[in-house]
Write a protein of this length. Structure first.
Length: 308
């Protein structure tokens, strides 16, 4: 059975050849004024019940778009038992959240704002706090032609998050035709990434984010988090999670839904152990790590704190 699974993973990888990963576009269309309004809301603690955390509390935009701790910090400083995913390039994900319970950025924003473990707020409270804010009142009137409401708050946050793409990674430049930009070790790492079947789950423009997969295909992974099961209540979905994007992965430690892989090397070794089942050479691990370093893109200007 184990051999058949390995052969299946490899067959997907080999069948798909070099075209399973596509570069991030250099730009994406968005309304800059709405995005800047969304940026202000992204940093506004008044979106939380106790005025103590904002979206930016879990997503550091001048780093990797996550918070670099094992579990996110929610209301009253309590730890949420899941690792914060990066907000960069989330627009390209087919699913949001580890359990793939949310499909788009609009519903993701609602969930984060209202979830009792996160910001624990509601839009009645939020509108009460923001309705007399002159900046919001004037800009929302200008951009939407109406008073502040739930949907124009969400539309603005989504417009900002749409803008958070990180193009021009070293690997994107390689995919776009610069065949001399990668070192021999990085190319060898990319080939090992394909040969060991990693690309069967981590592919597309976001090198992940488009598939739900079981954690522990070839070896059981010990976790108290049942993943997708919490959404569907289907026993077949136990321990299934969204495959995360590998974009900027060198910046987003720790890894996995539980933050249980402290370094990028830990994450690679755990994936080889639990998902692929190989014992691989040390040189292959090192080369894969060097390849993953090439996936770090450019942080967009709009994400930078002083860019208003």
């Amino acid at each position: 059975m184990k051999i058949l699974l390995i052969m299946f993973i490899l067959s997907i990888s080999l069948f798909s050849n070099n075209h399973m990963i596509t570069p991030i576009p250099n730009s994406i269309q968005y309304d800059k004024e709405k995005a800047l309004l969304g940026k202000k809301l992204f940093y506004d603690v008044r979106l939380s019940k106790n005025n103590d955390i904002s979206c930016a509390s879990c997503h550091f935009l001048e780093e990797g778009g996550d918070d670099n701790i094992i579990g996110a910090i929610g209301k009253n400083g309590k730890i949420i038992p899941r690792n914060s995913p990066t907000v960069f390039n989330a627009v390209f994900n087919e699913f949001q959240h580890w359990d793939a319970g949310v499909k788009d950025l609009n519903d993701q924003a609602i969930n984060s704002i209202t979830h009792p473990l996160a910001m624990d707020s509601n839009f009645t409270q939020i509108l009460s706090k923001l309705k007399d804010d002159i900046y919001y009142k004037n800009l929302i009137k200008k951009l939407f032609g109406e008073t502040i409401n739930k949907q124009n708050i969400l539309d603005s946050i989504v417009e900002f998050e749409r803008a958070l793409i990180t193009p021009n990674s070293k690997f994107d430049k390689y995919l776009n035709g610069d065949k001399n930009i990668l070192t021999q070790n990085e190319i060898a790492g990319y080939n090992s990434f394909k040969d060991y079947g990693c690309i069967s789950c981590h592919n597309g423009v976001n090198i992940g984010g488009n598939l739900i997969q079981k954690l522990g295909i070839l070896k059981s992974y010990k976790t108290n988090d049942f993943g997708r099961y919490y959404i569907t209540e289907n026993l077949e979905d136990m321990y299934f999670f969204k495959v995360p994007s590998l974009r900027n992965v060198a910046l987003t430690a720790p890894y996995l839904h539980d933050g249980n892989a402290i370094t990028l090397r830990d994450a690679v070794e755990k994936m080889i152990e639990f998902q692929v089942g190989y014992t691989i050479k040390e040189t292959d691990i090192k080369n894969i790590l060097e390849f993953l370093e090439t996936l770090t893109g450019e942080i967009p200007d709009i994400a930078k704190k002083n860019n208003e």
